[in-house]
Ligand binder design. Structure first.
Ligand SMILES: Nc1ncnc2c1ncn2[C@@H]1O[C@H](COP(=O)(O)OP(=O)(O)O)[C@@H](O)[C@H]1O
Ligand SMILES: [Mg+2]
Length: 172
C-alpha cells in the first residue's frame, strides 16, 4: 500500500530568474497572470523598490486589467480591480511586522471567486491560507531584480512548472 501513497505534499516547485528591466518583470507577471484561476493566492515578499508592484502591473495585464490602475497603495490597504477574474491587491506595508491582522475579512479576501495578491506577505503571514504561491523579489542592480517562486501546495507547484517551461522557451 505504501507504494500507492500520493506525494501531493512534496509536489512543490521552485523557480528563479533575473529580470533585466521593469518591463521584463511585468512580462513575467503577465505570463503568470494568464495562468491564474479564481481562488489562487500569491504572497509577495521583498524590500521597498524590489519590483513587487511592477510585477502586479504585469499580472493585471495577464488578467485583462488596465495595468495603470495598479499602484503601490501608500494609504490604501486594499484595492479590487475588475478583470476576467476580480483581482484583490492587498499591501501590508503599513502593517507592523508580525501583527496579526485579525480584522481582515479572510473569507472575502481568499474567496474562491477572486485572485488575491498580497505585497509584504511576510507581515500578514498568520493570515495566509495553507496553499499559495510565494514570490520573492530582490534588488540586484539598478535595472535587475531576482524573482523567485516557491510553491506552497500542489496547485502553485503546477503553475510554477508551467512558468518554468515557458521561461525556458522564451529565453533560449
Ligand atoms: N528589473 C526590474 N524589475 C522591476 N522593477 C524595476 C526593474 N528595474 C528597475 N525597476 C524599477 O524599480 C522600481 C520598483 O518599484 P516597485 O515595483 O514599486 O517596488 P515595490 O512594490 O517592491 O516597492 C520601479 O521604479 C521600477 O521601474
Ligand atoms: Mg509596492
Amino acid at each position: 500500500m505504501a507504494a500507492s501513497r500520493r506525494s501531493s505534499q512534496q509536489a512543490s516547485g521552485t523557480f528563479e530568474c533575473v529580470t533585466q528591466s521593469a518591463e521584463e518583470t511585468r512580462q513575467l507577471g503577465e505570463r503568470l497572470g494568464g495562468r491564474l484561476q479564481p481562488g489562487d493566492v500569491l504572497g509577495l515578499i521583498g524590500e521597498l523598490g524590489s519590483g513587487k508592484t511592477t510585477f502586479i502591473q504585469g499580472l493585471a495585464r495577464g488578467l485583462g486589467i488596465e495595468p495603470d490602475q495598479v499602484k503601490s497603495p501608500t494609504f490604501v490597504l486594499m484595492r479590487e480591480y475588475a478583470g476576467r477574474t476580480p483581482l484583490i491587491h492587498l499591501d501590508g506595508y503599513r502593517l507592523e511586522q508580525g501583527s496579526s491582522a485579525v480584522w481582515l475579512d479572510l473569507e472575502w479576501l481568499f474567496s474562491p471567486k477572486r485572485i488575491t495578491v498580497i505585497e509584504w506577505a511576510d507581515r500578514v503571514a498568520d493570515c495566509l491560507p495553507p496553499e499559495y504561491m510565494e514570490l520573492r523579489f530582490a534588488y540586484k542592480t539598478t535595472n535587475q531584480r531576482t524573482v523567485s517562486a516557491v510553491a506552497h501546495g500542489a496547485r502553485a507547484a503546477q503553475i510554477i512548472s508551467e512558468i518554468q517551461k515557458t521561461h525556458e522557451t522564451v529565453s533560449h
